[in-house]
Design a protein around this ligand. Sequence first.
Ligand code: UDP
Length: 246
Amino acid sequence: MRKTVEILGVSIDCVTMNQAVQTVKGFLSEDRVHTVYTPNAEILMCAQRDPYFKSILNQSDLVVADGAGVILAARILGLDLPEKVSGIDLIKNFLSEDMGRKVRYYLYGSKPGVAEAAAENMLRVSSRIEIAGCSHGYHPPDKEEEIINLINSSNADILLVALGAPKQEKWIHEHKKDLNVKVCMGVGGSLDVLSGNKKPAPEFLRRHGLEWLYRLCKEPWRYKRMMDLPRFMLKVLAVKAGLDKT
Ligand code: UDP
């Protein structure tokens, strides 16, 4: 039975990393498309302003807490979320998990060349996978059908969609009826990291919930978007104090 907690109106699965990996493994043996999203505090704030996006997150098969902010929010609200399950770590764990057969990945999104470089690195670290195909994320809208045909004819099991949030979740939601993969996962900047183009935050900062500080130093132009982090914490505190009925 699925156990979830609700943070600012979004249901998040109470799973450890290992449980999340096992859940996705289960999805691979079912004959339908499953969606996996990995909201962090910024994404949960985006969902507050965009009810359509919020409803998409709430219709997903697996929603994991990607970020120390979400875990801290759960603690403040007295909810039991076991641990942070970031998108990038989830992908890395799939790569090393024995899924009983070679799992085929299609990588869709990021700038031209990034998905191919990520695919090469994924194949280098795992002999348990195959790359079914790659497409960049800057096609004109009239190419959409072509991309869906490419994905479907590739026989992929897992589709990683890296278009940034909320674009990727909306894309998955609107096209899942046309796709024949088993799992569609929104992965944000993960292909940039897997390709080696973007360095992940150092382990020390990641462990101490300070990944945002690293991102702010590396990508200072994101500061406006990152103002959602304190806004998120304030909103959670207001909910806790009964001042906000979200
Ligand atoms: N991206 C894309 N097409 C678009 C917009 C964005 O392929 O139309 C890619 C972009 O190149 C990057 C990823 O989506 O690889 C978004 O990364 P970001 O770190 O901004 O995502 P987040 O994890 O913060 O949602």
